[in-house]
Every structure is written in C-alpha cells, then in structure tokens.
Design a protein. Structure first.
Length: 377
C-alpha cells in the first residue's frame, strides 16, 4: 500500500465524521430559559421548605413569637420619646418613665371603658329592648314585609339554641378565662422584652453581629438595620392611622349619640391594625349597636361612615403617613392579609403586611438600591 505522505493524497478524517454523527444523535441542547427556570425552581423549593419549617416552629411557640412581636411593636413606638428623655437623664430612668407612662395610659383607658359600660348598662339594656322591638316593626313594614310569626319563630329558635347549648357556652367561657391567663403571661413577656430592647437593643445587635462570620457581617448589618427601620416606620404609621380613624369615629358617634362610644372608639383603634378589613368590621359592630339603640336611620348613617372613613384612610391618611416607609401595592396588601388570615387567623392578618414589607426592604437593601441601603444606624 502506498504511503499517503509520499503520494500527496489526504487521509479521510473518519473520527471527525463519527464525532459529528454522535453529536447529531445525542440529546438536543436545553434552552437557556428552561435552564434558568430550573435553577430558580430548586432554589424556591429550598426557600419554601425553610419557610415551612420556620412557621411550623413558630406555630408550636405561638405565644412566645407573638409576645416578642408585641415587644418589638412597643419598642418601635416608645423608642423616640425614650431617646429624647435619655439626652437629659440616665437611659434606664428614661426607659422606666416611658414604660410606666404607657402602663398608666393603658390602665386609664381600660378603667374609662369599664366605667362607661357600667354606667350605661341599665340604660343600654332598655334601649336594646326597645330597639329590638323597633327592628321587628321595621322588618314587618316595607320593603321587607316579614311576617310577625317568622320573627317570633326566629326569636324562639335563638332562645332554644342558647338554652340547649348553655353548657357548651359555659365551658367556652371557662376556657376563655384560661386563655386570658396565657394572654396576661404573653403581655408580661412582651413588656419584659421591650424593656431590654429599649435599654440595650443596640448592644444586643452588636453582640449578635459579632458572632457572625466576618465576610457576612456587612450584609447582615445592612439588612438588619433596613428591617428595623421599615418595621418601626410601618408600626408608627399604623398607630397614627389607627388613632386618626378612632378620632373620626369618636366624633361621629358622639354627634349621632350612639351609646358605648368610648368602647367602640377603642375597638376601632385596635381593629385598624388589620389593614383593609379591620376598620369596616369595627364600624359594622358600631352599626349594630346603633341599630338596636338608635334605630335603622342612625344605623344606616353609621354604615355610610364605613365608606367615608375608608376613603379617607385609603386615599389620604395611609399614603401620607406611609410615604416614609416601604410602600406596598394595595393588591400585595390584600393578598398578604388574606394569606396571613388563612395561615394564622387574626394574628396572621396583623403580622402579614409588616412581614412582607420587612422582607421587601431587606431584599432591596441587599441589592443596594433600597431606601435604607446606604443609611447609617
């Protein structure tokens, strides 16, 4: 056989042909979009499992978690006056004055509510009795035309239900009394935590920061401080909005002469901490009281207040007060409240929005473009 190098002919490259054939017979290349989606999918799965584990642990220790959350709320509200007092006196004395003043104010409000209910109990009972009669006559007239026998049957059914389930209601009340003991313990833990947060919160954070690896300390410090600024700003904003709603409701109920105005005002204040749904629920309770005590016309006026106050809160107070905190779209707020309520009831609905706001602020800070990314302590 002649040597190809002597004859000058080229030897065919069979290995290259086989390699090309192998490439054509192999699996097709994966699209970059699918590759990126797969990368994000497994990361989301890991995050989801971690979040589920965290919420499972918090559910087991729900009372402790809620107490620490309330301690942070108290700290965010009292820290500005404590800082002002600490410039003129020792910090421990400023914390003591702030906590004692808050306890006195809360105890005074509760005492006023108790006195208001005790003073108006007899008159309110008579008004409720007459109000129920007026409601029955109103239902029997136009446009409802409900028969008197139907109203009497409904009243008999309610009475029979209460008498048949009296033992269940008593046991529920007793269990509720036991629950009050747990709530009192949780409140004491919240006050205890807030005292230390106010007095030495910065040193506690520095200690935690020092336990972290050196290469991650900057990220943790930026994210933690952004989280606290967002949480404190949101909490103070909600307190301002709730107080404004309570003042508006109090003025309206006083003008309309609705009984139990002070307890209803406090109900409106605390209900406003649940975004979107808290204030309408409190106003619905006020409308029921107005219906029984003052008649359907006043009740309809109170119902109209739900719309008016909701518009003032949604279009004036909330955007104005929350402008210096992390803003969330109303759709995000609504979905967060709904998901939190499904996951943990009323507590979840209260915690959901500040939790989402804090997470969003931390992500923006870590990416270096959030409103708190470059701010100091």
């Amino acid at each position: 056989m002649a040597d190809p190098r002597r004859t000058g002919r080229r030897t065919p490259r069979f290995p290259a042909v086989r390699r090309d054939a192998a490439q054509r017979s192999g699996p097709p290349p994966v699209h970059p979009v699918l590759t990126a989606a797969a990368d994000y999918a497994w990361r989301l799965l890991v995050v989801g499992v971690a979040a589920y584990a965290v919420f499972t642990v918090l559910e087991r220790f729900q009372l402790v978690a809620v107490s620490v959350f309330l301690g942070l709320v108290i700290t965010s509200v009292l820290r500005p006056p404590v800082e002002v007092l600490a410039r003129r006196m020792p910090r421990w004395l400023a914390v003591l004055i702030g906590m004692l003043g808050t306890i006195v104010v809360v105890a005074g409000l509760l005492a006023l509510v108790g006195n208001a209910v005790a003073d108006e109990a007899d008159r309110l009972g008579k008004e409720f009795g007459g109000g129920l009669d007026r409601i029955e006559k109103w239902l029997q007239g136009p446009p409802f035309h409900v028969r008197a026998s139907s109203v009497a049957d409904l009243r008999d059914k309610v009475a029979s239900y209460l008498s048949a389930h009296r033992s269940t209601l008593i046991s529920t009340a007793v269990s509720g009394a036991g629950r009050l003991v747990e709530v009192a313990g949780g409140a004491a833990l919240a006050v205890f935590c807030s005292v230390f947060f106010l007095h030495s919160g910065e040193s506690m954070w520095r200690w935690f920061h020092g336990q972290l690896p050196v290469r991650t300390r900057a990220s943790w410090d930026g994210g933690g401080r952004a989280a606290w600024r967002t949480f404190a700003g949101y909490t103070r904003g909600v307190v301002i909005v709730a107080a404004s709603n309570a003042v508006l409701v109090g003025i309206a109920l006083y003008i309309l002469r609705v009984p139990l105005a002070l307890p209803l005002v406090l109900l409106e204040f605390f209900a406003s901490f649940v975004p979107l749904i808290g204030s309408p629920v409190a106003m619905a309770v006020a409308s029921v009281v107005a219906l029984a005590a003052r008649g359907p016309v006043i009740a309809i006026v109170v119902l109209l207040l739900i719309v008016v106050i909701g518009q003032i809160e949604g279009h004036l107070l909330h955007p104005l007060v929350m402008s210096w905190a992390v803003q969330l779209h109303p759709v995000v707020v609504a979905v967060s409240v709904l998901c939190g309520g499904i996951a943990a009831g009323v507590i979840g609905a209260v915690v959901a929005v500040p939790l989402v706001a804090v997470v969003w602020s931390v992500l923006n800070a870590l990416r270096g473009r959030g409103p708190h990314a470059q701010q100091g302590p």
